[in-house]
Design a protein around this ligand. Sequence first.
Ligand code: NAP
Length: 310
Amino acid sequence: MDELIEEARGLMDGKVCLITGASRGIGLHIALGLASMGAFVVLTGHNQVRGENACRHVDAFALRDCADFILVDLSSQEQIHRFAETVKQKYDHLDVLVNNAGGFFLKREESLDGIEMTFALNHLNYFMTTMLLMDSLLRSESPRIVNVASESHRSETMHFTDLQLMDDYNAMRAYGQSKLANLLFTYELSRRLLDTDVTVNALHPGFVNTYLGKQDKLVRPFMNMIHFLFAKSAKAGAETPIYLASSPDVTDITGQYFIDKKPTQSSYESHDLEEAFRLWKVSEELCNLEVARFRPGYLKQLPTHLNKSW
Ligand SMILES: NC(=O)c1ccc[n+]([C@@H]2O[C@H](COP(=O)([O-])OP(=O)(O)OC[C@H]3O[C@@H](n4cnc5c(N)ncnc54)[C@H](OP(=O)(O)O)[C@@H]3O)[C@@H](O)[C@H]2O)c1
């Protein structure tokens, strides 16, 4: 990654990049990378102390004041609304949004809104954050959305009749479904944004040694050992998201899935247009976001000059 940053030093000068879940893990290293290329980075997390420490780390690494931290629980819809308002008040536009915050929950939990936690945090958070910050992105000259997904999507389908896995919860199923949702969302959004300058791509970061899935004290030593043996570092896991957020090679690329900085075919199911549309509808309903302008065909009906001002 050092080469990537070295080659790209100055490339992100003046850009404002928001990275969710950047208080540690892959997100923190995305922030470090983009800041050292010249960007101002806005980090989020749901622990104040960890977030502030992450900001200090970024400033020290980039040798300038270039990081801000916003505390938000991204599994809570009310908090996402407040967070989006805060971002809009503080920054007149956003050049890059990296949807990265996510979790893996061994036991079934529910968010404050009564929604299964994996679905709420890993998918609805990406959906809502993106929708609520779209106007800020549209004010950038070359806006990019980067969605951190996972190869875990391959083993799953969308369980629309029991989306929140009330009947038969299984952590792998919940996680895989949420990561499939990341891809269906990415592709659907890219179709809806075709008439704009906004690009949206997804990626798998690799198997990465982070805190993901380590909340349970009993599981942690086992996960640490597996990570030690097989996983790459968080710094290495940040390479592809940094590439998608910054590289001139992908300026005009949208609606793609990347692994190791290369476009890769995702599962057959992830390309299903009907599933994508159904997921979009369900997401709108679960988030109480009736966003008519995001309906298919809407953008096509708008004269180009109006696309920038939805
Ligand atoms: N690690 C892997 O092998 C792997 C593989 C494929 C995909 N991914 C994806 O990579 C992304 C990043 O995961 P990671 O491995 O870096 O995990 P991590 O080390 O656990 O970091 C997760 C980040 O998300 C934040 N977060 C968690 N719950 C949150 C909530 N309710 N509200 C706000 N922020 C919250 C955490 O903030 P706090 O510090 O405040 O907890 C942290 O900054 C996820 O989308 C994950 O699915 C990871």
